[in-house]
Design a protein around this ligand. Structure first.
Ligand code: AMP
Ligand code: ZN
Length: 466
């Protein structure tokens, strides 16, 4: 039985989907004004893991991760670069998929782009206005913003457990604006010079950020969905506002819910500090991957991101990454030494059952990895191809351990310009000719290049990266 922590109830709950056997899942995707950073990667990897795991246990998952391709930051960056907004978002969207492939993220079932759903956004805004929940700032000239009236939605604050009056007290002097309440948020922004705009019954303008997700969710998955996810920071105001918009159009008292379960991935910190541009400790995934071994890097980062429970903060540093690489290498060495038998997963196998129990308990990846470590030790002791097959198959349910072990352990070391195989062969001939000095010299040269030699029975020498 799958359980998951629901931010809405602050409890672990049993996953009970709208349609049996099917999951409708939406997670907030990137704003494509720049390459995405490893903090974003943490959240995306979390939902990739959820997607893969639910699929592996028999659910048919419709997984949507949107692309925000209209936003203040995009307009600003496109202006700075002196390029059309579409040129920037096209390039960054392509880069986003490239980076995601390197991280072994499966493509979501759908990746809707906000600019393709403006009509759907306007539909919701119109419905909200008809219900007295949305209002125009300048109804006379019809040239102003359209706002959401938070006081008109009695359940406002139910996700973040914020109370409107407390929020109001925290709000400094209301900025001069047409808002009826300082907490009201914008649904439609009136057109400004040199900004992209769409025609609408509210006048020319562009959508606010929150309405984008409500509309894409509704169009692609339907009015009600099972799981809605995102990073921790999105609980308020983004997700609170999505609920207010999406449920605002439901009939009062219908009991309908926009999303049954809200999942939030905890933050990734850098050297124990919050990662932010101003602190200068900000890394794009691309930069991190480019510094790592080309063969091992993607899975190393992926494994590192999944090692902590998704609701615990994790710390990024070169040491934690290297530690993740070593651990992953340990698994691949076991699979290289004992080639895995072809296996179909048998969930009644005690290791498989415990692995499954861990992930069914709110996606407890650390507990699941503990089972994989036990298996690895078992493989190293008993050289059982069945156990190796099981290790590979279990790893595969969450997107790990699927590379060819020989290639993974050797990494991209050969690109250092050394012909490792030739040197290893020369070392063996030197040894056979009792030229131990030369054999030793070669071993040292390879060692300095980060390559370890393993002499196996029968005069075979294997090598791998340290
Ligand atoms: P953005 O492109 O900023 O809208 O963010 C895309 C996703 O990444 C959202 O779900 C954010 O909550 C998430 N995110 C942003 N920063 C971090 C971080 N440091 N750690 C984990 N997730 C993050
Ligand atoms: Zn969103």
């Amino acid at each position: 039985m799958q359980t998951l922590y629901n931010t809405l109830s602050r409890q672990k709950e049993v996953l009970n989907t709208i349609e049996p056997g099917k999951v409708r899942m939406y997670s907030c995707g990137p704003t494509v004004y720049d390459f995405y950073h490893i903090g974003n990667a943490r959240t995306f990897t979390t939902f990739d893991m959820v997607y893969r795991w639910l699929t592996a246990t028999g659910y048919e998952v419709n997984y949507v991760r949107n692309i925000t391709d209209i936003d203040d930051k995009i307009i600003e960056r496109a202006n700075e670069n002196g390029e059309p907004m579409e040129a920037l978002t096209e390039r960054m969207t392509a880069a986003m998929f490239e980076d995601s492939d390197r991280l072994k993220l499966l493509r979501p079932t759908h990746s809707p782009r906000a600019t393709q759903y403006v009509d759907a956004m306007l539909d919701i805004i119109r419905m909200l206005e008809a219900k007295g929940i949305a209002y125009r700032a300048d109804p006379v000239n019809n040239s102003g913003d359209v706002y959401y009236s938070v006081r008109a939605f009695p359940e406002y604050g139910k996700l973040s457990r914020k109370n409107l009056d407390d929020l109001q007290a925290g709000e400094r002097v209301a900025v001069a604006s047409a808002k009826r309440d300082p907490l009201d948020f914008v649904l439609w922004k009136a057109a400004k010079p040199n900004e992209p705009k769409w025609p609408s019954i509210f006048g020319d303008g562009r959508p606010g950020w929150h309405i984008e997700c409500s509309a894409m969710c509704r169009e692609v998955l339907g009015e009600e969905i099972d799981i809605h996810g995102g990073g921790w920071d999105l609980q308020f105001p983004h997700h609170e506002n999505e609920i207010a918009q999406s449920e605002g159009v439901f009939e009062r008292g219908s009991g309908k819910k926009f999303a049954r379960y809200w999942m939030h991935a905890a933050f990734l910190n850098v050297d124990q500090e919050k990662m932010s541009k101003s602190l200068g400790n900000f890394f794009t995934l691309r930069d991190v991957l480019d510094k790592l071994d080309a063969v091992q890097g993607g899975e190393t980062v992926r494994f590192f991101l999944m090692r902590g429970h998704y609701r615990s903060e994790i710390n990024y540093s070169w040491d934690t990454l290297e530690d993740a690489r070593q651990t992953l290498l340990g698994f691949y060495i076991a699979l290289k030494d004992v080639p895995p038998a072809q296996t179909t997963l048998d969930w009644s196998n005690p290791y498989a059952a415990r692995f499954r129990a861990a992930l069914e308990d709110d996606f407890d990846t650390p507990a699941a990895f503990a089972v994989l470590h036990e298996l690895r030790r078992e493989i190293n002791r008993g050289a059982s191809a069945e156990m190796a097959g099981l290790l590979k198959a279990l790893g595969g349910t969450i997107g790990l351990l699927q590379d060819a072990p020989e290639e993974f352990v050797q990494g991209a070391a050969t690109s250092a310009g050394l012909d490792v195989d030739a040197l290893v062969a020369e070392r063996n001939t030197s040894k056979a000719a009792k030229n131990f000095a030369r054999a030793d010299e070669i071993r040292k040269q390879l060692d300095a290049a980060g390559i370890v030699l393993e002499d196996k029975p029968g005069g075979i020498t294997q090598w791998r990266r340290k």
